[in-house]
Every structure is written in C-alpha cells, then in structure tokens.
Design a protein around this ligand. Structure first.
Ligand SMILES: *Cc1c(COP(=O)(O)O)cnc(C)c1O
Length: 360
C-alpha cells in the first residue's frame, strides 16, 4: 500500500518532501557520519539545527525582538500547568471555555489560584465561539486564556477576545502556522507541534520577554519555569532533538512555499471545497456555526450512527483514513492541516458524493 490521505487530528500528516529529506539524512546527516538522533545536543551540528529552526520560525511568523521562542517538552498539556505557574502574580486568571482542551487547561489552573470561566460554549456542545467583546474580565486577572482553534469541535476564533488590557494566552496547537498572526496581540502563544508542524513531544512557546520572570509560584518545578529554559536556549536538559530537527525542515518547506500568507490561501481553498459540499449535501452536515468554522478541523455527521460508521470504514478502504470523529461529537472529522494536499480534500469530497448517492 502506498501513502494514504491521512485526516488524523494529531499526530497528523507531514509534508512528503520533508519525510523524504529526513529519510535521506537518516544515516549520515550532512556528512557527520551519524543521524540527528545520535548526536550530542551540545554539538555544533545540533546547535546549528536549533538556531536555524528558531530563525526560520521567527521569520515565518514575524516574531518581534522582545519575544522569546522556546522549544520545550511535555506537549501542549504540560503548558496547562506552566501557564499558571509562570504567570500568576495575583493568583487570578480568567478562562474562556470553548472545548475539551480549554477545559483541561482551566481545570489544571484551578490547582494554583482563583480561576474563573468568563465565557463558555458548552451549552451547544462547543459548536460556536462565544461573543468575547465585553466579558466580565476581572480587574486583577493575571491573564485571559483561550484555545484558539478547537481541534475536537472544529471552531476557531476569527477575532481575538477583548481582554480589557489583560495578557492574552493562547493555545494554538491545531492552527499553528496555518495563517499569518500578529504576535504583539499575545502575551504567550504556544502549541504542541504534532497537529500542524512536526512529531509529537515538542511544544513551541512564544513568550513576551517581560513575562519570563524569576518570581513564579514558589513550588514551580525548575524545568517548568520559562526563565530556566529561556536562559539556556531551550537546552536546560536534553531537548527533543529529532523532533526539533523535523520542525526545522517543515519551517523550510513553508518558507519555500510562500510563507504563512500562501499557507492561508491554500488552507482556505482546501476548506472551501469541503464546506461548500457540506452546505449543499442532503446527507452530510457540518456541526459548527458557519462564522466560527475552522480551516483545520472539519467535523460533520450524517445524523445516523450506523451510516457514519459505514462511511468511515468505506473511506478507509479507499485510502482516506482517520476520519472518525471524536467520541464527544460522534460522526466524522476531517483534519486538513497545512500538509494535507488539495487533491486529498478533492478525493474526500468525491468519495462523499459517491457515498451519498449510494446511501440516500
Ligand atoms: C492536541 C492538543 C493539545 C494536547 O497536546 P499534547 O501534546 O497531547 O499534550 C492541547 N491543545 C490543543 C488545542 C490540542 O489540539
């Protein structure tokens, strides 16, 4: 069997070109006689890999001078703890709950302070983004927290919340590098890379310098203190060297293909094919309020569980894999990240049309 179209939500599809390059580098990286997995993280060779990755990331995103970029471990989930530990001066934080990942972050933060949900879309199975123009943000809140693209429910903030001057912290795991962003609107932006950038186990944090401090909560593990990692160039201990190397190859691939503006155009074009079909289909329906739709994760249902299961099975037999929806939404979900080719989405829609005709 050749390569399939992989619609997994994460770990997810990577660019074929990048995988081939990694394969070519495997036994002998640039003539040094060993793979990237085998070299010391203190070697010049690896220092070049991480420095180039950071420089390319900064260029792609347009990260201003006064923000640090860290390549950390523990995935997106460990930042659920790192955020309150590093940012809680007053031990007060306001969270907007738009899905499971925001909820998990919210629950973790409750261990450390007075944490309040200032808005939620739980009333309609997280199928929309709440109005965040005038929330009851507390005067002494240390930060306001969002999950910007909701991987499970398929919603995305197309407008950032009005934080009333408080620091915005955003989990961008499933929309990282999918479109241009203005970093200056954020205090902290972070994401696990296994959705849209690289292999699981790396999380990239972009943190405004003044938020990297010594006066964190006193029991903060040293490794979770951003200052520890910032002072050591993300290498206080051995980093996920190979994961960082693959991220670096993906940054080069994005740069070669026109950067984030071009990535957004490709993502819009792909998503349109699928959403246009969902809007006209008599069998399949999107589950998300139209104006809050994600370009990355597209959940849909037939309304009949047996038919959903049949669809997922037959799609897989046709090389369209990992389309089963998250257990909390049911139905299907197509994750169409940066590395999903346009042809993959076209093939999916062709298959959906055929399935609809056969099962009406
Ligand atoms: C997948 C995901 C996470 C969790 O990432 P891990 O690396 O598994 O900890 C967090 N937030 C969002 C939005 C995600 O999609």
């Amino acid at each position: 069997m050749g390569r399939v179209y992989n619609f997994s939500a994460g770990p997810a599809v990577l660019p074929e070109e990048v995988l081939k390059e990694a394969a070519a580098d495997m036994l002998d990286y640039k003539g040094c006689g060993m793979s990237v997995m085998e070299m010391s993280h203190r070697s010049k060779m690896f220092q070049d890999i991480i420095d180039t990755a950071e420089a390319d990331f900064r260029e792609l995103v347009g990260v201003p001078e006064n923000y640090k970029v860290l390549f950390l471990q523990g995935g997106g989930s460990l930042q659920f703890s790192a955020v309150p530990l590093n940012l809680m001066k007053n031990k007060v934080a306001d969270y907007i709950i738009t899905g499971n990942w925001a909820k998990k972050a919210f629950e973790e933060a409750q261990k450390y302070g007075d944490v309040k949900a200032v808005a939620s879309s739980a009333d309609k199975t997280y199928s929309y983004i709440p109005d965040c123009s005038d929330l009851p943000i507390r005067e002494n809140a240390d930060y306001v927290y969002i999950c910007e693209n909701n991987t499970i429910y398929g919603t995305k903030y197309h407008k950032l919340p009005n934080t009333k001057g408080k620091i915005l912290v955003s989990d961008v795991s499933s929309c990282f590098l999918s479109e241009p962003v203005d970093i200056t609107k954020y205090g902290v932006m972070y994401g696990g890379v296994q959705k849209n950038i690289g292999p699981a186990g790396v999380v990239i944090d972009v943190i405004r310098e003044d938020l990297i401090r010594d006066d964190v909560l006193p029991f903060t593990p040293n490794l979770l203190k951003w200052k520890t990692q910032a002072d050591k160039g993300s290498m206080f201990n051995t980093p996920n060297c190979y994961g960082i190397y693959i991220c670096g190859l993906v940054f080069k691939w994005l740069k070669k293909n026109g950067g984030l503006t071009a990535a957004k155009e490709r993502n819009e074009k792909k998503a349109k094919v699928l959403y246009d079909f969902l809007d006209e289909s008599e069998l399949f329906k999107g589950t998300v309020r139209r104006e809050d739709r994600s370009l990355m994760n597209v959940p849909f249902v037939t309304g009949n569980e047996e038919l959903d299961a049949k669809f997922v099975k037959e799609a897989a037999e046709n090389g369209l894999v990992n389309l089963k929806g998250h257990r909390t939404v049911g139905g299907m979900r197509a994750s169409i990240y940066n590395a999903m080719p346009y042809e993959g989405v076209v093939k999916l829609v062709e298959f959906m049309k055929k399935f609809e005709t056969e099962n009406k």
